[in-house]
Design a protein around this ligand. Structure first.
Ligand SMILES: Cc1cc2nc3c(=O)[nH]c(=O)nc-3n(C[C@H](O)[C@H](O)[C@H](O)COP(=O)(O)OP(=O)(O)OC[C@H]3O[C@@H](n4cnc5c(N)ncnc54)[C@H](O)[C@@H]3O)c2cc1C
Length: 426
């Protein structure tokens, strides 16, 4: 294995949090007084070169590629990437975590204003640091974001923010992770960019009348973004149900789609919090419904297709709030949404709560099956030794895409990396 080393030949400004990876000093070569964060800096530098009549030629651009050698590159600093980092750091492995956004936790900050976690704080901590809130309270999305940021700091995890990975390829027995003009040459790569990266919207949405305001749930912040009148939420799973409750006070709300089932007890009652939720989350979602149990293998296709049952919102809550239930949206008729039962709806707004794709198409390796899913077992990618994923739906169990499931999945991936490094050193 190669020790971590750098061969800086260009600028790629980053903000590291910690001490396990490569030092920021080495990344700031040639930057001089113009050094700024990520793309902004690259623009400044290009502008300065042009002003000086020194625009780089094609050859110069290629030679300006900066190459860095590192044992492990982790892509994504969400709960999964940070958890992998936590376990690698404890093993003394050299690694970096590359994060596209400007701050750790920004993916949570970008979610809708009123969002509170549906998991109480006792299930929102990662390994080594409990969530700093009353055990049975529901943290806000910004508290979750700040918690992740504090976690990266507490364990000095080497996160580089503002670094979007464009491509992962292979060269011999190493991986090449490219971000802008930097190439990371790595023995191991962990794609911890989760299942929630690319919004899914059906193609027929493009044929809807332009007067209808359309958003995906990822872009929804609060009711003020919408036209007056009615809102059709397409997709009746957790996001659809939660946004329906958020809008019920200001708009007429229709919720279209199959009911995914729900946890059949009052969610924040004493009994539910202390008995039912621990059983559902830690036993059913974490231990029973896994790829290693017959019950889990049976449940997996349904969960991949339809997501989790409603966790916090109950059908009665929706009814009391005046939300009307509708069948699936099947297409478009005359610019309006057409339902499975033939009804055509006159609506002012549509919010697509139709989920996400993992969006790992920047991994340019034959790791996907015919449905586009990564072929993996517990994060170890088949036929690609050294490549791992973390945070996929049902990667190992129902809890794999929940906060409380991250520690175990990440620990498993870090153990496999450790084993592989030891085998290579023998
Ligand atoms: C609306 C909503 C509410 C949720 N509420 C809960 C809840 O209450 N409790 C619970 O347990 N779970 C909840 N979840 C599920 C899950 O815990 C979160 O989605 C969580 O954010 C997933 O963590 P992750 O680390 O897998 O991925 P993410 O948090 O998505 O982090 C992945 C990171 O990778 C970065 N990234 C992506 N592509 C690249 C790239 N090419 N280069 C560099 N960086 C990249 C992203 O910027 C991001 O920061 C919720 C999900 C949603 C959508």
């Amino acid at each position: 294995m190669n020790p971590t080393s750098t061969r800086p030949t260009s600028n790629h400004a980053m903000k590291p949090y910690g001490r396990h990876g490569v030092g920021i000093g080495e990344t700031r070569v040639r930057a001089g007084a113009l050094l700024e964060q990520g793309a902004a800096f690259m623009q400044l530098e290009a502008g300065a070169l042009q002003a000086a009549g020194k625009a780089p030629s094609g050859d110069e651009k290629r030679s300006a590629l900066r190459e860095e050698y590192v044992d492990v590159v982790v892509i994504g600093a969400g709960q999964n990437g940070l958890s992998v980092g936590y376990h690698l750091a404890r093993k003394g492995v050299k690694f970096v975590i590359l994060e596209a956004r400007e701050r750790v936790g920004d993916i949570w900050r970008s979610r809708w204003d009123s969002l509170r976690l549906f998991t109480p704080a006792r299930f929102d901590g990662l390994a080594g640091m409990p969530f700093p809130a009353a055990r049975y309270s529901f943290p806000t999305k910004d508290e979750m974001a700040d918690y992740l940021e504090a976690y990266a700091r507490k364990f000095s995890l080497p996160v580089r923010t503002g670094v979007k990975v464009d491509e992962v390829t292979r060269s011999g027995d190493r991986y090449i992770v490219t971000s802008g003009r930097t190439r990371y040459v790595a023995n191991h790569v962990v794609a911890a960019a989760s299942s929630y990266q690319k919004p899914k919207i059906p193609d027929f949405a493009a044929s809807l009348d332009p007067s209808i305001r359309q958003l995906h749930s990822v872009a929804y912040k609060n009711p003020s973004q919408l036209n007056a009148g009615s809102v059709l939420l397409v997709g009746a799973s957790n996001s659809g149900a939660e946004i329906a409750m958020d809008l019920a006070g200001t708009h007429q709300v229709w919720l279209a789609g199959r009911h995914p089932g729900n946890i059949p007890v009052a969610y924040n009652g004493y009994f539910a919090m202390r008995l039912v939720l621990p059983i559902v989350f830690r036993i059913v979602f974490h231990r029973l419904l896994t790829v290693d149990t017959p019950m889990g293998r049976k449940a997996k296709p349904g969960q991949l297709a339809h997501g989790l049952p409603l966790i916090r919102v109950k059908p009665q809550d929706l009814e009391t709030a005046g939300v009307r239930r509708l069948p699936r949206v099947a297409g478009v008729s005359d610019g309006k949404p057409l339902l499975d039962d033939g009804q055509v709806l006159d609506v002012s707004n549509i919010i697509w709560c139709t989920g996400f794709r993992a969006g790992l198409d920047w991994i340019k390796l034959p790791i996907f099956d015919e449905t586009g899913r990564v072929q993996q077992y517990r994060g170890t990618v088949e036929d690609e030794p050294g490549l791992y994923v973390c945070g996929l739906h049902f990667q190992h169990s129902t809890s794999s895409t929940m906060i409380h499931g991250a520690a175990r999945d990440a620990g498993y991936v870090a153990d496999k990396i450790g084993e592989r490094m030891r085998a290579a050193a023998r």
